[in-house]
Design a protein around this ligand. Structure first.
Ligand SMILES: *Cc1c(COP(=O)(O)O)cnc(C)c1O
Length: 412
């Protein structure tokens, strides 16, 4: 049994208790958790209950873009919390309007709906697509989705997800999704010949959970053209890739096409839950009063977190930093792993990085933990790095040195 802490206030002594039941036994067992807890953080570093410091190359799975304890974010949240935390979408929310304007200006989209998570943002997108279809007289609208995709854990989003593990046991799934391989525009094109009920394509610009999968650079351009020819909405799930993760505000900005709908969440609030579904054109006009909503969505505190995140990213030049640091990490890893059998590919964009090995490597997460390094493994064989956008060059060198050593030792 692990010792348990009752209080985790920084500066206080931890009170350890042992009982007949572990504290974690009171939780539904939804996660395979690592047996440690953090009590504070600064930049790319986290401190656990024992006082040990860990280098964070995961950022709460692409959430903590500003790292931990960013003074500007903390100050803005304290000020906002002291003034106003929640009102209701029954009233105008000024912070929400400001955030919508900011996101629209950055993306070229026209309207925003706010919610609290990535799955919720995708639910909004899916509802927009279906309503768009019904408005055009299609009463069984279908959405094209990809193999190896991940869109969330609610019933509609797990049904859209291209991973049987996420779906198994939750049948009957939500219908109305047609699946094709990722990064294969021709497969999408072919669907148009056989289906007259398709209304949208939902796709991640780079797949995250699916293994940091990067398509050819013209993939979205081709999808845009197919959508335009058929009157379908191009809907991008940028929940993981958005908000600077890949070195541009949004991953679609590496190319020259605009989506009709885009969803955001993870990095948007730097750890404060906030999701968004943005749209333009007819997609932006599809929801009318009563068609969708959220009690908490777009509240003053969450919107202040997001507005501050965007402001700090600009003030601190974090987009350019993410590009430069990402290029450095990939190049440095390639050099350190040069000639190592078992390393298949090092890929990614900005600070979304995957190292594909020739074998399952989930064990590397534990090995890294022992070296006080936080990483992730996804799709069984891909080591995934999602460092905070504020990670320093010095910390990045520590990361690549430690990780290359771990991978070499693991592969033997
Ligand atoms: C994490 C993720 C989601 C789900 O977000 P939640 O906030 O966990 O609901 C959806 N899409 C993508 C691409 C993601 O990476």
């Amino acid at each position: 049994m692990f010792p348990l802490f009752r209080t985790a206030a920084p500066g206080r002594r931890y009170v350890f208790i042992r009982g007949w039941k572990n504290m974690s036994d009171y939780l539904m067992q939804t996660y395979g958790r690592q047996p440690l807890a953090f009590v504070k953080g600064e930049g790319a570093w986290l401190t656990d209950t024992a006082g040990d410091k860990y280098l964070d190359a995961l950022a709460g799975v692409a959430v903590n873009g500003l790292g931990h304890g960013h003074p500007k974010l903390v100050a803005a949240l304290c000020e906002q919390a002291g003034r106003l935390i929640h009102t209701s979408n029954i009233y105008r929310i000024l912070e929400q309007e400001q955030l919508a304007e900011r996101l629209c200006r950055l993306s070229g989209l026209e309207r925003a709906f706010f919610c609290n998570s990535g799955a919720e943002a995708n639910e909004a997108a899916i509802k927009i697509a279906r309503l768009y279809g019904h408005n055009r007289g299609i009463d069984n609208p279908a959405i094209v989705v990809m193999e190896k995709s991940f869109h969330g854990r609610t019933m509609a989003t797990l049904s859209a997800t291209g991973n049987r593990k996420v779906q198994a046991g939750f049948e009957p799934l939500v219908t109305g999704f047609v699946r094709v391989p990722f990064a294969d525009a021709e497969a999408v094109e072919k669907l148009a010949e056989h289906h007259n009920n398709i209304v949208a394509v939902l796709v991640e610009p780079f797949q995250g959970e699916g293994g940091v999968n990067v398509p050819e650079t013209d993939y979205l351009t081709k999808l845009r053209a197919i959508c335009d020819r058929n009157g379908w909405l191009l809907m991008l799930d940028e929940v993981q890739t958005g908000i600077g993760r890949t070195g541009t505000w949004f991953a679609f900005q590496h190319g020259s096409v605009l989506p009709d709908v885009m969803t955001l969440a993870k990095g948007l609030g730097s750890g404060v839950p906030v999701g968004a579904c943005l749209a333009r054109g007819v997609a932006a006009e599809t929801f009318t009063p009563g068609k969708h909503g959220s009690t908490f969505g777009g509240g003053p505190l969450a919107c202040t977190a997001a507005l501050t995140t965007l402001r700090v990213m600009e003030e601190d030049g974090l987009l350019a930093h993410a590009r430069i640091l990402g290029d450095f990490i990939r190049a440095d890893l390639a050099e350190r792993l040069q000639g190592q059998a078992g390393v298949m590919q090092i890929r990614g964009q900005g600070l979304m990085i995957g190292i594909e090995l020739d074998r399952p490597c989930a064990e590397l997460v534990k090995l890294a933990l022992a070296e006080k390094l936080l990483i992730n493994v996804t799709n069984d064989t891909v080591v995934r790095l999602l460092p905070p956008l504020v990670m320093t060059r010095e910390d990045a060198v520590l990361l690549t040195a430690k990780l290359a050593g771990l991978i070499r030792a693991f592969l033997g």
